[in-house]
Write a protein of this length. Structure first.
Length: 326
């Protein structure tokens, strides 16, 4: 039997590794990471066209481990930012950035040129003034309260309405967060960490406030009535509503499997699911979620990701008659 990389990973993932051994492994890993990045950056051509770590994933590892800007391989980071800029400008990219992290200033400078200073000065004290400043700029940005917004804005952008400028995106501020929706992708800037997640999809979401924001954003995108209630630090209730008369008749036939498939999908993440028809004749699905890891493990549930929230709303919207969709 050969001792493999997987064997070592599996062992380190347990709780039985001696403390002294883990400290030594950490030192070795840190030393190897530093040398690995130096070697990659020494050859600029390799670093630009074919970095040694796929999609510059080790930049994210460093940032998630609380490395500061000065601790990052600077040239590599500049290439990551340039790739994101090209992606947002719809130019050719080496790869599509997904779940990448960059500093807020770099993201804001791309999406809100020359507005970073105004945003930092006003996001926490005078949102109205800040929105007026952005409205008067040349930025193709539309402010929308995702919780109570006009959903026609999404439809017009998605359908490329002739009255909508090319490159238009939607944004709003929520406390410490700036959420941006662009071309179906979500970007969240956290002013406490000073970091933006770019094209968020597969990352796990621990913060219930972010789950709330993402759920409402995708509810607005799908033209679904969405409501949330956060219960304490670890539980959130997500509610989706559709007029019952908009549901495709084939989905309410006895031989239809759509509802069964939908419930099976929801059961992967939510520990309680309720389906009802309310007094206004709306189909209502209520979902209970907890972000406690041992609770999820005990109940064989998955942690929510950005895409899982999006897919939940898309599948619910799939019940609707096509002619009623926007």
């Amino acid at each position: 039997m050969v001792f493999s990389e997987k064997d070592l990973v599996d062992y380190i993932s347990t709780d039985i590794v001696p403390k002294e051994a883990m400290m030594q492994l950490n030192r070795l890993l840190f030393k190897e990471l530093k040398e690995y990045c130096i070697e990659c950056e020494d050859d600029r051509m390799i670093c630009v066209l074919s970095p040694q770590c796929p999609k510059r994933i080790l930049l994210k590892v460093r940032m998630e481990a609380n490395a500061g800007f000065e601790d990052l391989p600077q040239f590599c980071y500049s290439q990551a930012v340039n790739n994101i800029r090209r992606y947002l400008n719809k130019n050719t990219t080496l790869y599509t950035p997904q779940d990448e992290l960059i500093y807020n200033k770099d993201f804001i400078d791309i999406m809100f040129p020359r507005q970073y200073k105004h945003i930092i000065e006003n996001y926490s004290k005078d949102i109205r003034k800040l929105k007026e400043i952005i409205d008067k700029s040349k930025v193709p940005a539309v402010n929308l309260d995702f919780h109570h917004g006009d959903r026609d804005v999404f439809a017009k952008i998605i359908q490329k309405d002739k009255l909508i400028r090319e490159g238009t995106f939607i944004y709003d501020f929520f406390g410490q967060f700036l959420l941006t929706w662009f071309d179906g992708a979500i970007f969240i800037s956290d002013f406490k960490t000073d970091i933006t997640i770019v094209n968020a999809k597969d990352d796990l979401i621990q913060d219930l406030k972010i789950i709330d924001l993402v759920f409402h954003t995708y509810s607005a995108e799908q033209d679904i009535d969405g409501f949330t209630t956060i219960s304490g630090e670890n539980q959130i209730n997500l509610i989706m509503k559709l007029p019952y008369d908009q549901i495709q008749s084939e989905h309410i036939q006895e031989d239809s499997t759509y509802f069964g498939d939908l419930i099976e999908f929801l059961q992967r993440n939510f520990f309680e699911i309720e389906i009802s028809i309310d007094s206004q004749n709306f189909l209502v699905i209520s979902l209970q979620y907890q972000n406690v890891s041992h609770f999820l493990k005990q109940n064989q549930l998955d942690t929510l990701t950005y895409d899982k929230i999006h897919e939940t709303l898309q599948k619910f919207n799939g019940l609707r008659e096509l002619k009623a969709s926007k």
